[in-house]
Design a protein around this ligand. Sequence first.
Ligand code: HEM
Length: 414
Amino acid sequence: MKALMQNREIINPDFYVEHGYPHEAWAELRRESPVFYWEKNTEMPFWAITKHADITQIGKMPEKFLNGPDLVIRTDPEPEGERFDPPPTIIQMDPPMHGAYRKIVSKRFTPGALRKIHADIDNVAAEIVEDLLAEGMEGECDFVEKVAAPLPIAVISWLLGVPKEDWHLLFDWTNRTLGAGDPEYQEEGSVPGETARNAMIELFTYFSQMVEERKKNPTDDLVSLFAHAEVNGKPMDPMDVLSYCMIIVIAGNETTRNATSGGMAALIEHQDQLRRVQKDPSLLQPCIEEMLRWTSPIIHFARTATEDFELRGKTIREGDKVALFYPSANRDEEVFEDPYTFRVDRNPNRHLAFGIGEHFCAGAHVARIEMNYAFRSLIPRIAEIEFAGERDRLRSSLVGGIKRLPIRYKLNAA
Ligand code: HEM
């Protein structure tokens, strides 16, 4: 069993580019060895955690399993001096510090608070979707370029208060940080660490000017919120203010982009399900949850054990790394009926696409509003739709990214 498993690929970025998610290998692990020590990744050996229940348990034990030391399992060798460790943000913080910082943004992102700006988010999204629909009653396009990428960029920029002429910068920074391991986004003659570092410096320089401006003239955007925020009764450290801007840019873009493009691909592959939502619009919300389960845009996040911990008869030692494979949890046969079937009426749907526990995605409701707008506008208009070429995947073991999704379509009249 051990030898067999180690011949599989579960975290190899090159495998993802070629084949997408290794669902067969994850299923085998869930069945045979759900807490499995993955020695093959010599850069950083780790415990592969593949069951829904175990990921839930670990996610809810933030004192025993820390985010701080290593949030991502490193797969590519990075020689001394070439590695880039981004400045810590809330996602790398552990209790009790994490709670104090998380409070700053969580009030803004509750469903209640977002209800007030729901219409504004719809307006921002409308411009992008209408652009596509205005191109004629039939056509061909790259869905990522036309809708899935610009949609979250526009919404995040609007939430932060970034003016429209600078939205393209956010696109570029996200590609060069989260996509630094992909040759397409690497700066010429530079290594991934350097590409990500340069993008981060540009992002910090840009936002430090914006923060200064908002300190003098506050508005109700997120940059103003961070610029005036207090942690435990004291103004937030200037570096933390910038890190907060950075995590919103980085966490909110690529993820929603891939849930939207992966969601569209799922509808193309399951046209019977597309027709069901067209006939019954009350299925839109469960359809979006199913897209999130189906695509699971984050492949893994890692934790570090603070003490020895027994799980399913295995001992995870203090200091060991564990990788939480969210897409595997989202195909767990013990939780989901027919996990390999895309069903727009799935209910219940306790997917872990947004993680679980202490670090549950702060932007989950924002992402849902964006996807709701896009699919609410597009689905009724689709008369015919098909792929117009192969999709291109991002080289990454963190984000299951789709770089290009060529589609061909005919529309219904509005
Ligand atoms: C479909 C889209 C999205 C997916 C799949 C997603 C996924 C995730 C996951 C899995 C985590 C958990 C991290 C962990 O366990 O350590 C997370 C955290 C986070 N996400 Fe998202 N995310 C999405 C959209 C967004 C958006 C739109 C925003 C911002 C507006 C955002 C901001 C954040 C932040 C700030 C955290 C850190 C929370 C913390 O550490 O307390 N995300 N996200």
